[in-house]
Design a protein around this ligand. Structure first.
Ligand code: FAD
Length: 489
């Protein structure tokens, strides 16, 4: 028996379903990763550095994670076969070269990935090679959690209750990934092209490892740190200035950590009475929920609103909207919490969940701009960008989603700021020019008196923008804009 394991969003050598089943067959096993040109080439557009290279934290993060895997495999006599090309060509080629019987991989739920995998399957089967795929990224997939009438859920709470009721120990147990001596085969000469450098693919090192250590090693370290704090998760999770959340989303996104391990930790603590772990587990269930929603409603990947009526909304799209959108992207709206959040995203590739909700609401309901513009900006900049959760989050904020907030619920960016960053600590971290404003004025600097502004050394319009819209007016406009939905529903 000879097997090839194709890694994609499961960049780890422990508790990996595809690797487990490949090793279980007992024969020789190789592992491969393809840097997909169909995904990477479109990323090369836009600003390049002085050497003509693109700064993309995610490509760097993946690259470093793969290096860890390669090092680990080499210690065991193997090595990772890394290619830069189209998987639909590379996988059948590598499989043929190695003369394997089976290619093993884990399910991917995005419509374009499903199509890609089908093409690979057909190619492999033509060569007489089996293509075996497994559930690995989620606890329950597509149609595993259904309503009493066997339909798919679209409301989270009953889905969650059913999810928890269905959960059994076996759903959370680790897959064994222990190769027998010599089972991980060395890379044959013909396939041993060097590990492609970031530069050879058009990307530069980004320094992401200085704050987000990559790979399973980095993920485990972050997890251990979080487990000391998990019992207080419910207290701190909404406050971006404090270390209240896990910061594990990027490791999860690329499968550097196993979802089963995380759910097991949270579930065990929940049964022991930890409120923090209970709420955190609920967040992990939201992740499964959005994967399930996308898998059952692939039209969402094409930009459709979950509730079709919401596609009748007339968004602002002229020159003014474009200017306002640029101000939002650059963190220059004049609303400090929104701006600080956008700076956090632009500088680190991360944005706190509370802030994702605030900026998404601001874009759609204060600026009247289509949520798809924001979704695309997040997709380009988030380290943890993940189609199903990103789409779910944006449609939640714009009210067009499956279990979204009602359209008339409009976040007030000032009160959100007062509530969730009361001292303005988070704002000051990203907008140091506001450092000297009092905690009362920092949420809406234009409301501060001349004396305070002068003492703080701030001239509005020069050091910090005046607000680009008036929230109360914007709110009224939004209610009118959304009335088209009210009429239909
Ligand atoms: P924690 O609070 O520690 O949560 C633990 C894990 O639970 C997260 O890593 C994530 O996997 C999952 N999770 C938490 N909240 C959600 C949620 N609302 N929906 C789905 N899963 C959740 N999450 C992404 O992983 N990728 C995205 O592209 C993404 N885009 C978003 C866009 C918008 C507009 C909004 C409102 C939310 C988005 N989220 C996205 C969900 C959430 O903001 C992030 O998962 C979270 O902020 C990541 O930080 P953390 O790991 O510290 O989270």
């Amino acid at each position: 028996q000879k097997a090839l394991v194709w890694l994609r969003r499961d960049l780890r050598l422990y508790d990996n379903a595809a690797l487990h089943y490949a090793l279980k067959e007992g024969g020789q096993v190789w592992l491969t990763f393809i840097f997909d040109t169909d995904i990477l080439k479109p990323l090369l557009k836009g600003e390049l550095d002085a050497n003509g290279l693109k700064h993309d934290r995610r490509v760097d993060f993946i690259w470093q994670g793969l290096k860890q895997i390669d090092d680990e495999l080499r210690k065991q006599g193997g090595g990772l076969i890394v290619r830069y090309g189209q998987p639909t060509q590379c996988i059948p080629e590598i499989a043929k070269e190695l003369d394997v019987n089976t290619v093993f991989t884990n399910h991917d739920y995005e419509p374009s990935a499903i199509e890609r995998d089908e093409t690979v399957r057909v190619q492999l089967e033509k060569q007489g090679i089996r293509f075996e795929t497994f559930k690995d990224q989620v606890i329950f997939e597509k149609k595993e959690i259904l309503t009493n009438s066997n339909t798919v859920f679209s409301i989270f709470t009953p889905y969650k209750n059913n999810w928890l009721k269905t959960l059994q120990e076996k759903d959370l147990s680790d897959y064994e990934c222990n190769p027998k001596p010599g089972q991980l085969a060395g890379i044959p000469k013909k396939l041993s092209a060097p590990f492609p450098s970031l530069e050879s693919m058009g990307f530069c090192p980004t320094g992401i490892e200085s704050y987000l250590p990559p790979g399973s090693e980095g993920g485990q370290a972050f997890l251990e740190d979080f487990l000391h704090r998990i019992d207080q998760y419910q207290v701190g999770r909404d406050f971006p200035a404090i270390k209240g959340v896990s910061y594990l989303s990027t490791h999860l996104r690329f499968g550097m950590l196993s979802i089963r391990g995380l759910v097991r930790e949270a579930h065990r603590r929940m049964l022991a009475g930890s409120m923090g772990a209970t709420i955190w587990l609920s967040e992990l269930i939201w992740r499964d929920f959005y994967f399930m929603i996308l898998a059952n409603h692939p039209r969402l990947a094409k930009g459709a609103s979950f509730k079709p009526d919401y596609d009748n909304i007339a968004w602002e799209s002229g020159a003014t909207a474009k200017k306002l959108f640029a101000a939002w992207c650059e963190g220059k709206t004049g609303y400090p919490l929104v701006d600080a959040a956008m700076h956090q995203l632009n500088q680190s590739g991360y944005m706190h969940n509370r802030l994702r909700m605030v900026v998404a609401s601001f874009l759609t309901k204060d600026l009247g701009i289509d949520w798809r513009w924001g979704e695309a900006y997040f997709a380009e900049h988030l380290n943890d960008f993940e189609l199903s959760s990103n789409n779910g989050g944006w449609q939640w904020a714009s009210s067009s989603g499956c279990d979204a907030q009602p359209y008339f619920r409009i976040f007030n960016p000032i009160t959100q700021s007062e509530k969730f960053d009361p001292e303005g600590k988070f704002i000051k971290r990203y907008l140091p020019q506001l450092e000297k404003l009092s905690k009362k004025s920092i949420h809406a600097p234009w409301k501060a008196g001349h004396i305070e502004l002068e003492a703080a050394g701030i001239s509005l319009g020069r050091d910090y923008p005046l607000p680009v819209v008036d929230h109360d007016e914007a709110r009224k406009k939004t209610l009118v804009r959304y009335s088209v939905v009210k009429k239909i529903t």
